[in-house]
Design a protein. Structure first.
Length: 139
């Protein structure tokens, strides 16, 4: 069972992710990201790129969706995959620190380590509780 606190932190995270995506769109993240530019070169047309850009995430989403349907321990494992976003998005902060200038996504990315700390702290507590180990903290 997932704690209410972890559910609330996850909801806050979703709002933050949407705000972050909006910031990236507004400030043109796709123009400065070298990984994306290498990815774009793999496609011969915009329709081909649009097809893969919409279908590959959907196909990848189906596996965690199935694991969530199984429930039990799988739910927490899928939430660990979700929690990786707090680590991955640190690149925006590093991108802004290197030249000491704005990097698209930097403003909202500042909150990722903060929310991520509380997310992983609560995730670990849930993991310990689910696996029969007593957590160090009381509710």
């Amino acid at each position: 069972m997932i704690s209410d606190k972890l559910k609330k932190i996850t909801l806050i995270s979703l709002v933050m992710i949407y705000a972050h995506g909006l910031e990236e769109i507004i400030f043109g993240f796709w123009k400065v990201n070298s990984v994306l530019s290498g990815f774009y070169n793999q496609f011969s047309s915009i329709p081909q790129a649009a097809y893969y850009a919409s279908h590959i995430p959907w196909w990848l989403f189906l596996v965690p969706l199935f694991l969530l349907v199984l429930g039990g321990k799988w739910t927490l494992r899928v939430m660990a995959l979700f929690g990786l976003v707090f680590i991955i998005e640190i690149h925006h902060i590093l991108g802004g620190l290197t030249p000491l200038s704005y990097y698209p996504g930097l403003i909202t990315a500042i909150f990722y380590p903060i929310v991520g700390f509380f997310y992983w702290k609560e995730w670990i507590k849930n993991f310990r509780d689910q696996n029969g180990r007593k957590s160090k903290r009381k509710n």
